[in-house]
Design a protein. Structure first.
Length: 184
């Protein structure tokens, strides 16, 4: 797959590749880190949110869901189709996205397991910096509890004030489209 990558936003379930993208999303992240279909569809109407399908040679190869803030782009979910993992596609996608996005923030699990350590090293190889900031992310669905994550940023570390600003951004607008945005 040496052709160009294409990032195409999904607007509705009627878009080509939607079902495959939704399956990648559902199968690549723990339940506490994914939105319900209803919340995801509502988020698509937010001008800050983009849910891209990543295409190569006419095939959907992954997803990149992100939020655009004035100071950075927050990558909420990045996943490559399971049959292409380990083929350097994630690196290619992230390198292409970094070139167009500029300043980026993302979250990863604390490096307490082998896979989490590999994920940390993957992002570090691509120029991301681990921020020394205590960060707890609320879950997107009940009954899951908030969970600690590690903030990473590109191309440089964030200040504590930038980390606090990011936390505020996650509370609104990001969590507006989750169980936290619903009135009980």
């Amino acid at each position: 797959m040496e052709t160009d990558l294409k990032f195409r936003p999904f607007r509705s379930p009627a878009d080509p590749g939607w079902d495959e993208a939704w399956a990648i999303y559902q199968n690549s992240f723990p339940q506490k880190e994914i939105r319900s279909l209803e919340d995801h569809l509502q988020a698509l109407s937010d001008p800050h949110y983009t849910a891209d399908g990543i295409w190569s040679d006419g095939r959907l190869i992954g997803i990149l869901y992100y939020w655009t803030a004035p100071e950075y782009v927050y990558i909420e979910h990045l996943a490559i189709s399971p049959d292409l993992r380990g083929a350097n596609m994630g690196s290619r996608v992230l390198e292409a996205f970094c070139r167009k996005a500029g300043r980026i923030v993302l979250e990863i699990d604390p490096p307490e397991t082998e896979i989490a350590v590999r994920r940390l090293r993957f992002y570090e190889r691509l120029g991301f910096v681990r921020n020394d900031y205590h960060y707890v992310h609320p879950s997107f669905q009940r009954p899951y509890e908030p969970h600690q994550l590690v903030l990473m940023s590109y191309p440089k570390a964030m200040t504590d004030e930038e980390c606090r600003s990011f936390e505020r951004f996650v509370r609104d607008p990001v969590l507006r489209y989750s169980c936290h945005g619903k009135k009980e």
